[in-house]
Design a protein around this ligand. Structure first.
Ligand SMILES: [Zn+2]
Ligand SMILES: [Zn+2]
Length: 449
């Protein structure tokens, strides 16, 4: 079989972040086999390269699932049930080409098993999407986080406020310096006939900007908290009800009844550090550990999306003829129940779980819509799902079932101007029809005359 992936450049395993490699296939070309020598006794033989799968367990792992030819992209999965899996940290210099998961590749039993395990752990997986936490993670085990113990809340607030003040003073100074150097350049141009004068002015400006010595060197907020507070490790950070967070203690907490493996209340504080947002993790042993219940309702739209059938045909080459049923049939309890089942089984986009657990006014807006792959042009109907809360809304990202790249929704008004995905000639669109779902039979769709 042949990979239908976008061809991208190879990079070393160690140059990827864990979240760039989770649930990805890796093409390991033949010339890389020498880097796998330590494992050659365990690995099944291959005349070409290996097709591997990288995924996050406790640490990032690479499982060898089959063979692949890096030139032709022809691949084959191994038949055997015993899959060899090694830690990614054992082969940091291995050059790999990353391939996104498609429907066809995801049918592999080992990949299915990993997807299921991650879905079973959806709440803890959801916080792995918070990039601001990356500097707090154990680089070998991203689920393990460095936290501070809250003993004196006032002390923490004081440090964070001081840090914020320092940051804004620093930014202001930088802006002034930038403005001054701009001005100096302008002056330079204007006064190029008088070099002496110009030097004088330059010196003056620089001196003024660097006056406040307390700003440099920059002080790191986490270093400072480290000096003032006790550090500890937690794992499996998850969102919890009432906008809170919780995690699991790695070790017994001295001076408290809390033991290793107990859930604890966690506060996340987001601060700016060198132009980047970082999240600081605080364990508050006194605070209540909130539940992780999810309650969602169906969003009451003021106007439902058009319920229409679009029939498209390639009249030029007769290589394409499809009818797409888009929109939704009233409350559509069938589709809503499917979404609820997906939530329960951890099958939604991980980032969506955070809002679903933390907010109590969450509703789901959904309909069937047409999507087009940005890479291979494949057309497919997917349910469009939007999480709506009072202050925000968030859409699920959509991926092409054929090649795994991102898909974009085709607006209804643009459907008539689509080109054939096979031969790229303009498609012919028949007059739109209204459809309705049959009450008796499951998933059957009827057309109105
Ligand atoms: Zn595609
Ligand atoms: Zn065509």
């Amino acid at each position: 079989m042949k990979l239908k992936a976008k061809r991208i450049k190879r990079h070393m395993v160690r140059t990827y972040e864990f979240w760039q490699m989770n649930l990805r296939l890796l093409v390991i070309a033949e010339d890389q086999k020498k880097l796998l020598e330590d494992f050659s006794a365990k690995l099944p033989p291959s005349d070409s390269g290996y097709l591997a799968f990288s995924y996050l367990d406790k640490d990032l792992r690479i499982a060898f699932l089959g063979t692949v030819d890096d030139e032709s992209d022809e691949y084959e999965f191994f038949d055997n049930k015993e899959i060899v899996s090694i830690p990614a940290s054992a082969v940091p210099n291995l050059l790999v080409r990353i391939v996104k998961l498609s429907e066809e590749l995801a049918e592999n039993p080992f990949i299915q098993q990993v997807l299921q395990e991650q879905a079973n752990n959806a709440l803890a997986m959801s916080t792995l999407t918070i990039r601001a936490l990356d500097s707090r993670r154990d680089p070998q085990q991203p689920n393990r986080l460095r936290a501070f113990l809250v003993e004196d809340e006032d002390k923490i607030n004081e440090l964070i406020e001081l840090h914020a003040m320092r940051q804004s003073a620093l930014e202001e100074a930088e802006e002034q310096a930038a403005a001054a150097s701009k001005k100096a350049k302008r002056t330079k141009k204007k006064d190029s006939d008088h070099p002496e004068e110009e030097t004088e002015e330059d010196d003056e400006e620089t001196e003024e900007v660097n006056e406040d010595e307390s700003l440099s060197p920059q002080i790191n907020i986490s270093d400072e908290l480290e000096k003032a507070l006790q550090e500890l490790w937690v794992y499996d950070l998850t969102p919890a009800n009432n906008s809170s967070w919780r995690a699991v203690l790695e070790a017994d907490l001295s001076g408290s009844k809390l033991k290793a493996g107990d859930p604890v209340h966690v506060d996340l504080r987001f601060v700016e550090q060198e132009g980047e947002e970082i999240a600081l993790v605080f364990v508050d042993p006194e605070a209540e550990v909130e539940d992780v219940k999810i309650e969602v309702s169906s969003y009451r739209a003021t106007r439902l999306p058009w319920r229409k059938a679009y029939e498209l045909e390639c009249l030029a080459n007769h290589d394409f003829h499809e009818t797409y049923y888009l929109g939704r049939n009233g409350e559509d309890s069938k589709l809503f129940n499917k979404i609820v089942a997906d939530i329960r089984y951890g099958r939604l986009d991980p980032a969506m779980y955070i809002d679903m657990v933390q907010k109590d006014d969450v509703s789901m807006d959904f309909s069937r819509e047409l999507y087009r792959c940005r890479h291979c042009g494949d057309l497919h109907v997917t349910r469009r799902l939007r999480l709506v809360t009072e202050e925000s809304s968030m859409s699920e990202p959509y991926y092409c079932p054929k090649c795994g790249e991102r898909s974009s929704q085709v607006k209804r008004v643009h459907i008539a101007s689509l080109n054939c995905p096979e031969c790229h000639r303009p498609l012919d669109m028949k007059p739109e029809k209204v459809w309705y779902a049959s009450e008796e039979e499951d998933d059957s769709i009827l057309l109105e005359d």
